[in-house]
Design a protein around this ligand. Structure first.
Ligand code: IPM
Ligand code: MN
Length: 336
């Protein structure tokens, strides 16, 4: 699903790299995009939905278009896929492939290789709430933060399963006492059941500060939907910017998954051959790993790292290649 803008440029690069890595997949492309939405008023047609729901994995570009201001489009594509396929874990790794890409100057603190594990199906994203006395000066708008015992427990459990060094649970339990109280209780229960995994808690503001101060201290950060959205843009910038950040939206029980670069459609640069394909290519590597071929994922990641270090990459990370030349540079390393 390339969808819109930059997504249309980066997904073909990711597929090119997958083929070069020897991935024996059948791809099917769906024309879910803003043009179709403007034409039909339907975000995902029913027959397409059935095929998407049955796919082994979805490789996703980016959704959104300046011509579509209607929030139902975004909700009907990306949020619908996350919610209805119950992809409750959103994995957003941040790994520094080349020192020069870090904005941090202290060498001993630059070694970033962490994972934001974002709850992906509830929180402030569920769309509960409303606007009362709309359009008047007394208008009230509410947006409910929905946290369930099951939802919070399962994401924290997955964090404990995934962590190599430590799980840091991030919330805002000093100010948001109801939601924060539930996160605290679920976290303590899961921690007690996993005594071998180190763990600690940070409030989200302190976590933002610590991420800039010394990102090398972190392994897995588990947090709610909105905090995970915000912190993962911060961590993307720590390792070179939005152009290279990948993500995986998965359900570890059903095995379903959707894999997308963290960046959006980049309307300002889309269509000019300038967008960085690395975020999409690393998302494809996460997909391959999820599908049970970790060696191929490692090979793709290694090829990406080596291309970045040789500055065979797009301008945003210090090279001078176009989108497809940057894809070719990675393909070439896979074949060597
Ligand atoms: C992301 C994006 C989405 C989100 C938007 C497009 C709804 O920012 O994947 O991080 O907030 O989840
Ligand atoms: Mn985001």
């Amino acid at each position: 699903m390339p969808c819109d803008g930059a997504g249309k440029e980066v997904v073909p690069e990711a597929i090119k790299v997958l083929r070069a890595a020897g991935a024996d997949f059948e791809f099917e492309q769906f024309d879910v995009n803003a043009d179709a939405y403007l034409r039909t008023g339907v975000a995902i047609p029913d027959d397409v939905w059935k095929q998407l729901a049955a796919a082994d994995a979805i490789l996703f570009g980016a959704v959104g278009d300046p011509r579509v201001q209607d929030p139902n489009y975004l909700a009907g594509v990306l949020l619908r896929l996350r919610f209805e396929l119950d992809l409750y874990v959103n994995l957003r790794p941040a790994k520094l492939y080349d020192d020069r890409l870090s904005p941090l100057r202290r060498e001993d603190r630059r070694r970033t290789d962490l994972l934001i594990m974002r709850e992906n199906t509830e929180g402030l994203y569920v769309g509960m709430g409303g606007r009362f006395k709309k359009g008047t000066e007394e208008e009230i708008a509410t947006q409910e933060d929905v946290n369930t015992h099951l939802g919070v427990t399962r994401i924290i459990e997955h964090a404990f399963k995934t962590a190599k060094r430590e799980v840091v649970m991030v919330d805002k339990s000093n100010a948001m006492v109801f939601a924060g109280g539930l996160w605290q209780e679920c976290w303590k229960a899961v921690a007690a059941a996993n005594p071998k995994v180190k763990t600690r808690h940070l409030l989200v503001d302190a976590a933002a500060m610590q991420l800039v101060k010394d990102p090398s201290q972190f392994d897995v950060i588990v947090t709610g939907n909105l905090f995970g959205d915000i912190l993962s843009d911060l961590t993307a910038e720590l390792v070179g910017g939005m152009g290279i950040a990948p993500s995986a939206n998965i359900n570890p029980s059903s095995g379903r998954g959707l894999f997308e670069p963290v960046h959006g459609t980049a309307p300002d640069i889309a269509g000019k051959g300038m967008v960085n394909p690395v975020g999409a290519i690393l998302s494809a590597a996460m997909m391959v790993k999820h599908l049970g071929v970790p060696d191929m994922a490692d090979a793709i990641e290694g090829a990406v790292e080596s291309a970045i270090r040789a500055r065979e990459c797009t301008r945003d990370i210090g090279g001078d290649l176009s989108t497809s030349q940057a894809g070719d540079a990675i393909v070439k390393r896979l074949k060597d």
